[in-house]
Design a binder for this molecule. Sequence first.
Ligand code: ATP
Length: 228
Amino acid sequence: MTLLRIENLTASYGDSQALFGVDLQIAQGEVTALMGRNGMGKTTTVKAICRMIRSEGALTLDGHDLHALPSHKVARKGVGLVPEGRRCFADLTVRENLIAAARPGDWTLRRVTELFPRLGERKGQRAASLSGGEQQMLAIGRALMTNPRLLILDEATEGLAPIVRQEIWAALQLLRQETSVAILLIDKSLKELAAVSDKAVVLERGRTVWAGEMAALTSEISEKYIGV
Ligand code: ATP
């Protein structure tokens, strides 16, 4: 069943148009990689989904028009965003950060700390005192605490030590295998992205130029549009 449906999406920053026709569909439980070189419109697409930028075209979640919602209601509809730059409340503890985000559902403090044991070990610590990787785990944990149907991660492993990145990829693999949450992933680590994603959507200058099964993404397409 299609959860997120985007068709011919356009969006601009003032006079400068950034999206010219993005098409993207995600089914429940599916992991989709949103790919493309720098500046091709990946983050802008995420901003449009979360209503942080005005956009036009079809944009529905489970049949509901997201364009009709203000950004603070998008989370309530089931979109959990882990934005670029892992925002948490620095002065709150890990536990307080997680509880502040909580909405009813299967994801609880216990489940999040099972997924990321390091967060359990640091429950009483202020977020500001965590390492970058732990803060990223907390940002993902906070998004999960909202019990989303669609989880969006924008550059979640950017700038992290390799060992922590592996922990995050392992957690995403677990989410893929053991839950029905749909995931939209943006990341520069193409190998890991390919290993965890079912589908790929490739953007070039604000347009979808390729979409399909991750396994069908040829090296020719990758070289042409992703630069590897
Ligand atoms: P990256 O991998 O570098 O994050 P991206 O694919 O996420 O790239 P976007 O950030 O969506 O790309 O940018 C798409 C286009 O919109 C680019 O041309 C960019 O310069 C422009 N853009 C992004 N943010 C703004 C902004 N706040 N104001 C004006 N133009 C912007």
